[in-house]
Design a protein around this ligand. Structure first.
Ligand code: ARG
Length: 456
């Protein structure tokens, strides 16, 4: 029998119960639900709304239920409407009438909003931890590749040589903003909705600030209607996860490319790649492919929850029960993907010599040569066109820049001198950079030092 059944003259149709039950999803909130209930009981005792002995019996009962659920002794199925109902019913069965005093001045509306905020607080911390672990792994790969020169791309066309460490450091910066976003969302999350009751507050003399304090919140969600009506913080969190997944999907895409024979730059450890059931030669980068694929789930969760909340009138509506499936999906997918991305990056060997020879005299050096001319007083636009002509000349002769003669260079621009040949090496290109945050060895070294301090 549901908790609220006395005003009904018939039991609930079982298909309706099955349709409306959320326990298969919200059972994972049981710990947070019990934590919230215990804080609520402590407040009820303090405010003399229930007696000390009844309150203590309730607390003991709740702790016992916590163990029963953890050990699987208390079975959970769809006949229980949700986790809140299951725990309250079990409590009454365990300690009798005294258990019926727990729900004074509370509704499942503020209860579920509270559980979600408690849950989210822990998950934000865990997600941040996993991002940090990935950043550290990227940092250690960057340390090992601070002299590895690779082609950098725009439009996936070879653009300019860069240090591979610089490329990895870019991801570390991206993930750092993800951490900031999560922490920022964590600040807004950390307000207690408990005591809003159904939505209008209560005539009982509760102390909302006390329960907030006991549960480690920074304060209360002031407006009781707002407290039970919104899920914006969850949307914000899933939005932050979606951005993290977008970043992970880009790293993954690059790993897939780098592992291809065409790039031949990255080699995944055998324990972190899979084979083909048909082609004996295959070694597939499934981890990055799946992270790329799972990004869709988190984008879906974001759109899913936004759509659940769209145009809902205040205050609580049952639609909102559909929030948790999106929240949990986003949390699990993002955490798993972060963990696997960390393992993948740890267990990959990057061939430091892969592009060395190829980049000698490569057109990727054209920008450096244009800047060489600018240093000799040539207007940039003219230098740009001189280099364009040289690239066209090389294309016609099927050769590379270092295979041209000084006469060829001078024909393109009289400002070229013999020392231009010193610039036709990829190492010279990166060394020549001098701007802040550039791929020059000094700037990369500085960034590595700063990140080491910041992350360790
Ligand atoms: N299972 C519900 C949810 O997740 C709990 C709140 C139900 N409140 C109500 N008045 N039916 O949203």
């Amino acid at each position: 029998m549901p908790l609220w059944n006395s005003r009904f003259r018939k039991p609930l149709n079982y298909e309706v119960l099955k349709f409306t039950s959320s326990i298969e999803i919200d059972k994972r909130l049981y710990n947070d639900d019990i934590d919230g209930s215990i804080a609520h009981v402590r407040m009820l005792i303090k405010k003399k709304i229930i007696s000390h002995s009844d309150g203590k019996a309730i607390q003991r009962g709740l702790e016992r239920i916590r163990k029963e659920i953890a050990s699987g002794k208390l079975s959970i199925n769809w006949r229980n409407e949700d986790i809140h109902t299951l725990i309250e019913e079990r409590l009454v069965r365990l300690i009798g009438e005294r258990g019926k005093r727990l729900h004074a001045a509370r509704s499942r509306n503020d209860q579920v909003a509270l559980d979600e905020r408690l849950y989210l607080r822990k998950e934000i911390q865990e997600t941040v931890k996993r991002i940090n672990a990935l950043q550290l792994t990227l940092l250690s790969q960057a340390e090992s590749h601070k002299t590895t020169v690779v082609p950098g791309y725009t439009h996936l066309q070879r653009a300019q040589p860069i240090l591979f460490a610089h490329h990895l450091l870019a991801y570390i910066s991206m993930f750092e903003r993800d951490v900031e976003r999560l922490r920022d969302c964590g600040k807004r999350n950390n307000y207690s909705p408990l005591g809003a009751a159904a939505f209008a507050g209560t005539s009982l003399s509760i102390d909302r600030k006390m329960t907030a304090r006991v549960l480690g919140f920074s304060g209360i969600v002031e407006n009781s209607i707002d407290a039970v009506s919104d899920r914006d913080v969850l949307i914000e969190f899933i939005g932050a996860c979606a951005i993290t997944m977008m970043h992970l999907s880009r790293l993954s895409e690059e790993m897939v490319l780098w592992c291809s024979q065409e790039f031949g730059f990255a080699q995944l450890d055998d324990a972190y790649a899979t084979g083909s059931s048909l082609m004996p030669n295959k070694k597939n980068p499934d981890i990055p492919e799946l992270i790329r694929g799972k990004t869709g789930r988190v984008y879906g969760s974001l759109m899913g929850l936004l759509t659940v909340m769209k145009a809902l009138p205040l205050a609580y509506n049952r639609d909102m029960q559909e929030d948790k499936i999106h929240l949990f999906e986003a949390v699990e997918t993002t955490k798993d993907s972060l963990r696997l991305a960390t393992l993948m990056m740890k267990h990959t060997t990057f061939r430091s010599d892969r592009f060395e020879k190829q980049l000698k005299g490569d057109f990727a050096l054209a920008t450096d040569l244009a800047e060489y001319l600018v240093r000799r007083g040539v207007p940039f636009r003219s230098a740009h066109s001189a280099l364009g002509n040289l690239v066209a000349l090389c294309n016609a002769r099927r050769c590379l820049l270092h295979e041209l003669s000084l006469v060829d260079f001078k024909k393109a621009s009289p400002s070229f001198e013999e020392d231009v040949f010193l610039l036709l090496y990829p190492g010279a290109s990166v060394k020549g950079k001098s701007s802040e945050g550039s791929t020059s060895p000094e700037e990369v070294e500085k960034a590595l030092r700063q990140w080491k301090k910041r992350l360790r």
